[in-house]
Write a protein that binds this ligand. Sequence first.
Ligand code: UT7
Length: 329
Amino acid sequence: MSKIHAAITAVHGYVPDYVLTNHELETMVDTNDEWITTRTGIKERRILKGEGLGTSDMAVPAVEGLLKKRGIGADEIELIIFCTSTPDYVFPATANILADKIGAKNAWGYDLQATCSGFLFGLATGAQFIESGKHKKVLVVGGDKMSSIINYKDRATCIIFGDGCGAVLLEPNDEGNGIIDSILRSDGSGLPFLNQQAGGSVKPATHETIDANEHYVYQEGKSVFKFAVTNMAEVAAEIMERNNLGPDDIAWLVPHQANKRIIDATAIRTGVSADKVIINIERYGNTTNGTLPLCLWEWEDKFKKGDNLILAAFGGGFTWGSIYLKWAY
Ligand code: UT7
């Protein structure tokens, strides 16, 4: 009997309507379109506006679109893994909230926090439940409302991040397609370089933490850049090498959209030509857990059954990794 792989059988995404352009940011902080474009590749990002809306509100249309495409009901979902760094609440899990909103009444679920690598960690984790035979339909959602934790007076971070969400369905595949290999890494010594200081158990939110802006993302961009550019490129190259894949064997490189220069470095290290590298950072910025599923969603029409895809990401923590999968439809 051939091995069961966990294959993506549907993908959908959602980005909010509001477009925050570089030009609008010029009116908010001391920056300019030319600096942002040349240093990051970003021209605009989407922002979820509206009172009382959280990350799950972007997941709902993403998942509903996915279910419609696949032609199944929400009650058929068995497990929801919600990869996010901006959950609706500290608790309960956003996976539960999403299950309730979409009517996935037979699913259990949990949130997964691995910053920008979260969707990769979620895919690898979800795949285990399929490969073991425990579940047949696992929903992996990746999304963030980054605008909820960004200080729009801090030019070092507010130019980078945006809001968005994507989702994929994992199902068993016995044709040799699906998730073939993964390399996932964590290094907790990265804590000082990219974090949100207050609001956790070490430093619960107080008037003082709010006054000190410690409920916002803090990033030492240059240090993170150095780690990201090396580790994301190396791990993508490593997964290709250990699966005997050369650049010509790769149909699509799907990199985390943090900075165009990090994406370019990954393409150069792996040897994958520019026309096969998926990039939408200019329109969405860094949506953290949303970048990879949004890329898959937007390029879905171009994928062919059996295509070799290499996904790679790097994020705060630090976390990083790569997944090799064969597209299943
Ligand atoms: O996805 C999670 C992981 N995160 C990442 O991968 C992000 C990695 N880091 C980066 O993408 C880049 O480091 C940034 C885009 C955040 C910053 O780019 P950089 O080329 O590393 O710039 P820098 O921080 O070294 O700053 C260079 C100069 C500084 O001025 P001086 O000291 O040279 O006079 C900054 O003050 O640019 C200045 N600067 C800005 N100028 C205009 C910093 N931010 C801005 C800005 N607009 N928004």
